[in-house]
Design a protein around this ligand. Structure first.
Ligand code: SAH
Length: 370
C-alpha cells in the first residue's frame, strides 16, 4: 500500500522533472511500485542528500533520474544564518522560478526543536506589523516546496544527531489561503512511512479565514490551530489587520467555538503586543472576555520591530501587567520568548534584507550549515 503522501510526493517531483504526472514518470521509466517507495523513503525518511547517494537503487537508474532532472530538493538555500547564541538558524530558500521564502529552526533547551516554515511566497493579507504582509503576494508554494523546507533542517539537525520535534506554519504566507497544498504538506510531514512527525507536533497559524477554519474542523486530524487575533475589538483589529473587515471578530470567534465543539481541541490565540495599539488594560479585559470559558490559550508575542512599520513593541513591565489581567481572569496565557533577534528572524525580515553583499557571503554560510 502506498500512502497518499507518497503519491503527492512522486507526482510533484515527477512534474518538476518535466513528466506529465507521477504515473507517466513510473510508466516511462518502467518503475515498479517498490522502486517508487524506495525513492520516497530515501528522500523523506532516510533524508538522503541526492538521488545518486541512494544505494538501494541500481546505478543506471540513478544516472537516468539525475540526467532527467529528478531531484530530492525543490528549495535551494541561498543564505543560512545562525544567531550568536546558536539557538536560531534562519534559511532563505530560492524556488525554481527565482522566488524566495524563509524558514527558521529554533533549538530550545533539552532536545526540543521547532521549525517555522512558509506556505506562500509573500502574503496578500497586509497586516500592518508584518514585514511579509507589507511586501505583497507572489504565489502559493506546492506541498513539496513546503515540505522541503522541513527536510532541509531535518538533514542539518541529523548531522548533529538531532531531530525536528515541532513544526509551525508561521513563516511567510497565509496557510489557509493555500489550503490544499498545506494539507498535503501536513500529510507529507506526518506520514509514518516517510517523515513521520506526529500530528500533535504540527501547528497551523491563520490570519483568521472563517470558511477554512470550518473546513479544518472537519479534517479529523490532531494538528493544532493557532489564530492571529492581535486585537479584541473590530475597530482595533481592522486598524492593523485588513482581513478583519471581511471576517470580523464575532465571526472569527464563532468559527473557533464551532471548531472546539467539533474537535474538542484547544485553540491557540496569538497576540503581538504593540505599544499604544492593543496593550492597554481595556484591551486586556476585552481579550479576557473573548477567551473566558473556552478551551483557548493566549500567546503574547513581543513585537519584532521591522523597518517598514511605524510600530513599537510594548515594554516588558507592561507585557507582564497585560498578562496578569488575563491570568487573573483565568485565561491560560504564555509570553513567547523572542529568539533570533540578531538575525532578523521575524516573518519576512531576512528576505527584506536580501542585498547583493549578503548574497556574496551565502555560499560560505550554506557550507557551514551543511
Ligand atoms: N499568515 C499566518 C501565518 C504567518 S505569520 C498568520 O497570520 O497567522 C505567523 C505569526 O507571526 C502571526 O501570528 C503573525 O501575526 C506574527 N508576526 C508577523 N510579523 C511579526 C512581527 N514583526 N513580530 C512578531 N510577530 C509577528
Amino acid at each position: 500500500m502506498t500512502s497518499v503522501a507518497q503519491d503527492v510526493w512522486i507526482d510533484q517531483k515527477a512534474r518538476s522533472a518535466g513528466y506529465a504526472s507521477g504515473e507517466a514518470f513510473a510508466r516511462e521509466l518502467g518503475l515498479k511500485p517498490y522502486r517508487l517507495a524506495q525513492l520516497y523513503r530515501a528522500a523523506t525518511r532516510e533524508l538522503a542528500e541526492t538521488v545518486d547517494t541512494v544505494s538501494v537503487l541500481p546505478l543506471d537508474l540513478r544516472a537516468t533520474l539525475a540526467s532527467r532532472g529528478f531531484a530530492f530538493e525543490s528549495v535551494e538555500p541561498v543564505i543560512v544564518q545562525r544567531s550568536n547564541d546558536e539557538q536560531t538558524s534562519k534559511g532563505l530558500f530560492r524556488l525554481h522560478d527565482g522566488n524566495e521564502v524563509e524558514a527558521v529552526l529554533m533549538e530550545h533547551w533539552g532536545d526540543r526543536t521547532t521549525v517555522c516554515i512558509s506556505s506562500q511566497a509573500g502574503c496578500a493579507y497586509a497586516c500592518a506589523f508584518c514585514s511579509t504582509g507589507q511586501a505583497g503576494y507572489t504565489r502559493n508554494l506546492s506541498a513539496v516546496e513546503i515540505f522541503d523546507q522541513a527536510r532541509f533542517f531535518a538533514r542539518e539537525l541529523a548531522t548533529r544527531e538531532k531531530k525536528i520535534t515541532n513544526i509551525v506554519f508561521m513563516g511567510q504566507g497565509e496557510p489557509f489561503a493555500n489550503y490544499d497544498a498545506v494539507m498535503d504538506a501536513v500529510r507529507l510531514l506526518n506520514d509514518p512511512s516517510g517523515f513521520g512527525l506526529g500530528q500533535r507536533h504540527i501547528t497551523i497559524s491563520t490570519v483568521g479565514l472563517v470558511p477554512q477554519i470550518a473546513a479544518f474542523a472537519g479534517e479529523g486530524i490532531q494538528v493544532n490551530l493557532a489564530i492571529s487575533l492581535h486585537a479584541p475589538t473590530d475597530a482595533q483589529r481592522s486598524a492593523i489587520m485588513p482581513v478583519n473587515r471581511r471576517y470580523p471578530v464575532a465571526d472569527l470567534m464563532g468559527a473557533c467555538a464551532a471548531y472546539v465543539d467539533k474537535t474538542r481541541r484547544k485553540v491557540f490565540f496569538e497576540y503581538v503586543i504593540l505599544e499604544g495599539v492593543n496593550d492597554d488594560d481595556a484591551s486586556a479585559a476585552a481579550l479576557a472576555k473573548l477567551m473566558r470559558g473556552h478551551l483557548y490559550h493566549v500567546n503574547l508575542i513581543p513585537y519584532n520591530a521591522t523597518p517598514d512599520a511605524p510600530l513599537r513593541g510594548t515594554g516588558d513591565t507592561r507585557v507582564r501587567a497585560f498578562a496578569k489581567i488575563l491570568d487573573d481572569s483565568g485565561v491560560p496565557t504564555t509570553v513567547r520568548t523572542p529568539m533570533g533577534r540578531d538575525i532578523a528572524a521575524a516573518c519576512g525580515q531576512l528576505r527584506a534584507e536580501t542585498q547583493p553583499k549578503v548574497r556574496a557571503a551565502a555560499a560560505a554560510a550554506v557550507a557551514v550549515a551543511r
